[in-house]
Design a protein around this ligand. Structure first.
Ligand SMILES: CC(C)(COP(=O)(O)OP(=O)(O)OC[C@H]1O[C@@H](n2cnc3c(N)ncnc32)[C@H](O)[C@@H]1OP(=O)(O)O)[C@@H](O)C(=O)NCCC(=O)NCCS
Length: 402
């Protein structure tokens, strides 16, 4: 079944948020949320499909910058994807995704990034799972705290949530773009996470860390529910720092907040060294590891040229892209650079889909493990060369949910 995908106007924002909210089962958006989304509206980025004159399916994107190993590229975040339950399984998501890919390529974006409600949805559109996060819980009551010789570099102070955006937004941007997987945020994101909870009466603890060269880290936390008033979880919703010492000071502060039984943080990087910072490594429990970034490489030549490569023997990779054929080709990585050397070749050392490439691109998965699990094909020795070329010193991570 074919569908006419329409570019929605600012006036459609309310209806689009309603379609999305209903599809995903969120509480109805309040007026402030709708006016925030209207204020953040950009021409051409909100797409929809109508049936009998009513909006029944929608997808939205926002412009951002994305950190890749050794660089930053122009990208889009994709969100608010939903199809009304009485119109699902008729190809509406497919029509929206195809129209959106065309739009984002036309904008000159190198990457698109989304967070998926279900992990089985977006691979067919060329998205690959490219960063993951973990949820951690650190015992505070009865725990032994941070080691005295854990690093420190400066004080932590409180700021009021209402006035914090001007401080945190640029600070976040500066920090996020240092780590592969990081994305800049849209203004509405801050309104939703800082201003709206404060407006609804929730107490947020907003912390800023000052290091030797100025502010270099921040955290946002609030008390969660708990039957014991003196042992509720302190829930960390945002925590970013330039370096290990600033991060350590923020954790130290959080673990010192009175009346918390535990400090719980979702969406933390897989390589956050909490066990190394604590007197008792068993004070931290990892309760889950989940998918974070679903990455669509929109422009493979630009994406491969934008990232840095570790020294390795040359390796050639044939990349297949069923939806954006301009990406099809054989790419050679050698001497710290990657370039397209011709069409897809049977004789390339390795081959993968564009989604498979996304899984290795930021450093989350090694090519040899993708080879061993059938995501990539080719010669295991070439896989080991690719492992060396794709290697990154940190795990990729974003820490922004949208
Ligand atoms: C998920 C959702 C967007 C799919 O929309 P849709 O219009 O039904 O999708 P399509 O008809 O275009 O289906 C595309 C493909 O995905 C498959 N698919 C769709 N929803 C699926 C699901 N929930 N689980 C598994 N496969 C699914 C379809 O079977 C189809 O497969 P095919 O290409 O092999 O035929 C829609 O069901 C929805 O809005 N769900 C609730 C909100 C939500 O999860 N939004 C996504 C936020 S990230």
């Amino acid at each position: 079944m074919s569908h006419d995908v329409e570019v929605l106007s600012r006036a459609d924002t309310r209806a689009a948020i309603r379609v999305f909210g209903r599809a995903i089962g969120l509480p109805a958006a309040d007026e402030a949320r709708i006016s925030g989304a209207e204020a953040a509206w950009e021409p051409g980025r909100s797409l929809g499909i109508r049936a009998a004159g009513e909006l029944v399916a929608t997808a939205w994107s926002f412009g951002c910058r994305a950190a890749v190993p050794g660089g930053v590229v122009q990208a889009s975040g994709v969100s608010r994807v939903g199809v009304r339950a009485d119109h699902t399984r008729r190809g509406m998501l497919t029509a929206l995704m195809h129209a959106q890919l065309t739009d984002l390529v036309g904008r000159g974006d190198v990457l698109a990034s989304l967070r998926a409600s279900e992990a089985v949805l977006y691979g067919r559109f060329g998205y690959g799972l490219a960063t993951r996060f973990r949820t951690v819980e650190v015992r505070r009551r009865g725990g032994r705290g941070l080691r005295v010789d854990a690093p420190t570099s400066g004080p932590v102070r409180f700021v009021e949530p209402e006035g914090a955006i001007e401080l945190l937004a640029p600070l976040h941007e500066q920090i996020a773009l240092r780590r592969p997987g990081g994305l800049t945020r849209f203004l509405d994101w801050w309104d939703r996470t800082l201003v709206a909870p404060a407006r609804s009466g929730r107490h947020l603890l907003v912390l800023v860390h000052r290091g030797p060269h100025g502010d270099d880290g921040f955290g946002v936390a609030s008390f969660g529910e708990g039957s014991d008033f003196t042992a509720r979880p302190l829930v960390v919703s945002d925590l970013h720092a330039t370096d290990a010492a600033a991060l350590c000071d923020l954790w130290r502060f959080l673990l010192d907040v009175d009346l918390a039984g535990t400090v719980r943080a979702a969406q933390r990087p897989l390589d956050e060294p909490l066990d190394l910072l604590l007197n008792d490594p068993r004070d931290v429990t990892v309760s889950s590891v989940d998918d974070e970034t679903w990455l669509r490489i929109l422009d493979v030549p630009a994406a491969l040229a934008a990232r840095s490569w570790e020294p390795a023997e040359p390796v050639t990779i044939a990349v297949h892209d069923g939806l954006l054929p301009a990406n099809d080709g054989t790419y050679r990585i050698a001497d710290g650079a990657a370039e397209r050397i011709g069409p897809v070749s049977e004789t390339a050392d390795l081959s993968c889909t564009v989604a498979g490439l996304a899984m290795a691109y930021l450093g989350d998965r090694r090519p040899s493990e993708l080879l061993a699990t059938g995501w990539w094909q080719g010669d295991p020795a070439a896989g080991r060369r690719a492992d060396r070329a794709f290697a990154t010193s940190v795990m990729p991570w974003c820490g922004t949910f949208f």
